[in-house]
Design a protein around this ligand. Structure first.
Ligand SMILES: Cc1ncc(COP(=O)(O)O)c(C=O)c1O
Length: 470
């Protein structure tokens, strides 16, 4: 990992695991006891690194408009915003290249942004894979023709499978692919895939949402997108990186102030990228937070992060596999994955497992289809009739038959103790031990809630917080 300059950040060689903001929080359980929250949902969002929060607090008194003010604070805010952009480019391995980092909200926005800028037609072919998150499927499939690389029952495919899709006719315009799956944590052989695409003159977009906090982003991808909230900077900034030339012509994704050189009522001259791509007031606090997270992860270093991840992945996936009735989806244990395990438990609905982990054990996981329906259907091995049945039910507003699984995912703060607590809790649920209270399933969401008198999650329940929509 390259180092980035942040004059106000201290270079401290953090040792993993490192506590995140809020890691000591206690949450209520149905037995009336408050327990330490065990957050095993890093794949969805991570809490802030303490250095990220410190940096935001330090910056806020200087906060002012970016690119729009002569005032000292505006100048300072603009400088910090541009520092963050530079840090994002370096983090993506792009320093010294004629690339731009466009600061946006998240990976979803970044991919939609790129798709708009590519000005695709229905006749354009995009190669995607069936393992993609909806954020890397729907923006493409609604405007272009997608050709999908299939996966096997273990949720993986080979370089040859990708090459076959690249070589099929009509010739694809671009390959879009995840650096790592949000369900299985599997990492396709991304460098070889990028080389194969480039050897054929085909551009590659890498969805780095899951990869960014765990492995270096592939520097040779033409485009890469990722989110700050999955890498310990939950202040609403994400990044799209790509060659400057991709953004120099044509209409920007967003039209408005800051993106122009000249405007009259019947004329506009767009300015140069990246400003051309960032109409409206930018999220400078989010950018500063992202920069601080980049600085901290850079200080920790990839070797330490990867070693931590591998240890956790082995303990998590191996431990779950050893529990009778648990089925871990995805490749074999020997395959190098992110520290993620998605599993089902025989005889216990997935949404009930997640609800019990939360309400009885204070363990936060994700459940459902993980915004990757095509991949999950394949991993679960559902046949055509089963898929047709639940599609029909959902179209009629009934989510009770939605398939799904439970996902535990780890970050830099995850400890061995966290994994043990999860494994113990899953083992108790798997043993058939009766829960301390009844659980009711909400037909609208398919989620379970404890019938508890201890006020557990009443607020969440009344607001319909649910994992089920994907
Ligand atoms: C692989 C992958 N791609 C894209 C996204 C979308 O990220 P965001 O919600 O930050 O836009 C996610 C979110 O979980 C993801 O895991």
């Amino acid at each position: 990992m390259r180092s980035t300059q942040n004059p106000s950040a201290e270079v401290s060689p953090l040792k993993l695991p490192v506590a995140l903001v809020g890691d000591e929080s206690l949450v209520p359980c149905v037995d009336g006891v408050s327990r330490r929250y065990v957050g095993l949902d890093a794949g969805a969002s991570t809490a802030a690194l303490p250095s990220v929060l410190d940096r935001v607090i330090e910056f806020l008194p200087s906060y002012s408009s970016v690119h729009r003010g002569a005032g000292y604070k505006s100048q300072l805010s603009t400088a910090r915003y541009e520092d963050a952009r530079e840090a994002a480019l370096a983090f993506a391995g792009r320093a010294g290249r004629d690339d731009v980092a466009i600061i946006c909200r998240n990976t979803t926005e970044a991919i939609n942004h790129l798709v708009y800028r590519l000005d695709l037609r229905e006749t354009d072919v995009i190669v995607a894979t069936v393992i993609e998150h909806h954020a890397n499927l729907l923006p493409w499939s609604r405007v272009a023709t997608c050709r999908y690389v299939e996966c096997g029952p273990d949720g993986t495919f080979t370089l040859d499978d990708v090459v076959d899709a690249l070589d099929a006719t009509p010739r694809p315009r671009l390959l879009t692919i995840s650096g790592a799956s949000n369900i299985t944590g599997w990492m396709p052989p991304i460098d070889e895939i990028i080389n194969a695409a480039h050897a054929r003159g085909i551009q590659v977009m890498v969805d780095g949402a899951q990869l960014a906090a765990h492995r270096p982003l592939p520097p040779h991808a033409d485009f890469v997108a990722w989110s700050g909230h999955k890498m310990y900077a939950p202040f609403g900034a994400g990044v799209l990186v790509g060659p400057r030339s991709a953004f120099t012509d044509g209409d920007p994704f967003l039209a408005g102030g800051g993106a122009v050189d000249l405007v009259d009522l019947d004329e506009v001259v767009w300015t140069t990228p990246p400003d051309r791509e960032e109409a409206g007031s930018p999220n400078v606090v989010g950018a500063v937070a992202l920069h601080a997270a980049i600085t901290e992860l850079t200080n920790v270093g990839w070797p330490a992060i990867i070693e931590h991840d591998r240890r956790l992945a082995r303990a998590l996936r191996g431990g779950l596999r050893a529990i009778a009735g648990v089925r871990v989806l995805g490749p074999e244990l020997s395959c190098d994955t992110l520290p993620v395990a998605t599993f089902t438990l025989e005889g216990v609905p997935f949404a009930l497992v997640a609800a019990r982990l939360s309400a009885e054990f204070a363990i936060g996981v994700r459940h459902g289809c993980f915004c990757a329906h095509p991949y999950l259907i394949r991993l679960l091995g559902l046949d055509h009739d089963e898929v047709a049945r639940f599609h029909k039910d959902v179209r009629h507003g009934d989510r009770l038959s939605m398939p799904g699984a439970v996902r535990a995912s780890c970050g830099v703060n995850t400890t061995d103790e966290d994994i043990h607590q999860l494994l113990d809790a899953v083992a108790i649920i798997a043993s058939g031990a009766a829960p301390p209270c009844d659980y009711l399933q909400d037909p609208a969401s398919g989620d379970y809630f404890p019938e508890s008198t201890n006020g557990w999650n009443v607020d969440v329940r009344s607001r319909g917080g649910s994992c089920s929509p994907g």
